[in-house]
Design a protein around this ligand. Structure first.
Ligand SMILES: C[S@@+](CC[C@H](N)C(=O)[O-])C[C@H]1O[C@@H](n2cnc3c(N)ncnc32)[C@H](O)[C@@H]1O
Length: 221
């Protein structure tokens, strides 16, 4: 195993699609994805948002429509989700979305410091079993990385329906005093920001009757 794989493995667990990709999906990845691939040279001077783990991409489409002058960078490794986003980008004829179809930790090392205005992390995999906690995305290392690429006064939105993960997220984000928790109290975290719509995961959480938490942080230094 080479060195890169050794470093990334503990941080990254790929969800396997339930069925193999259709011919249409394979063609989208082979022919269409290249037109929307993240390229940092193309977006140097533009204002940028980043969504991490966009799933089926509903919110990326919504953000891109509402913010036509901004570039929305979406990072996701789940291929059926990437193909769904590609279909909708073409359907809506959107020109301001770029996709990074690999592990977010690779992208975080490519992005310039203080370059992103807003980061969206909607329902990161909760990994509810204790033995799987180490697979969770939001860790010290991750928070350190996102604090570097986010601009001063930049915003992070994190949603979760896991009370246990919620505690961990708050502990990690607030540990270094780099972020201000905008709502300050759990009871106030029950309203989804207007600029965001219900994602597929959120609809499933609603069906299960799970309580949802909408966290918002501002980078203060
Ligand atoms: C629970 S799903 C939520 C998807 C979507 N945000 C939603 O709300 O419907 C979490 C997503 O994060 C993606 N993900 C997990 N770890 C990742 C990583 N290291 N890099 C990129 N994407 C990742 C997974 O593939 C999955 O699609």
């Amino acid at each position: 195993m080479n060195k890169t794989k050794t470093i990334l493995k503990p941080l990254f667990y790929r969800r396997k699609p339930r069925r193999s990709l259709s011919l249409l999906q394979k063609n989208l990845l082979k022919f269409n994805l290249k037109n929307f691939l993240f390229d940092k040279k193309k977006i140097k001077k533009k204002k940028k948002f980043l969504e991490i783990g966009f799933g089926y991409g509903e919110n990326i489409i919504n953000l891109a429509k509402k913010n036509p002058k901004k570039v929305i960078i979406g990072c996701e490794v789940y291929e059926p989700g990437i193909t769904n986003l590609l279909k909708n980008i073409e359907k809506e004829n959107l020109k301001n979305i770029l996709i990074f179809p690999k592990n977010i930790f690779i992208l975080l090392n490519k992005l310039e410091q203080n370059s992103i205005e807003k980061i969206f992390i909607l329902y990161p995999d909760p990994w509810p079993k204790k033995k799987h906690y180490k697979r969770r995305l939001i860790t010290k290392v991750f928070v350190n990385k996102i604090s570097q690429i986010l601009k001063k006064k930049g915003i992070i939105h994190i949603f979760t329906d896991s009370e246990d993960y919620l505690k961990k997220i708050l502990a990690e984000l607030l540990s270094k005093k780099k972020f201000l928790w905008m709502d300050k109290k759990i009871e106030k975290c029950n309203k989804r920001p207007n600029e965001l719509i219900k994602s597929k995961y959120e609809k499933k959480a609603d069906i299960k009757g799970n309580k949802k938490y909408y966290l918002k942080f501002k980078k203060i230094c």
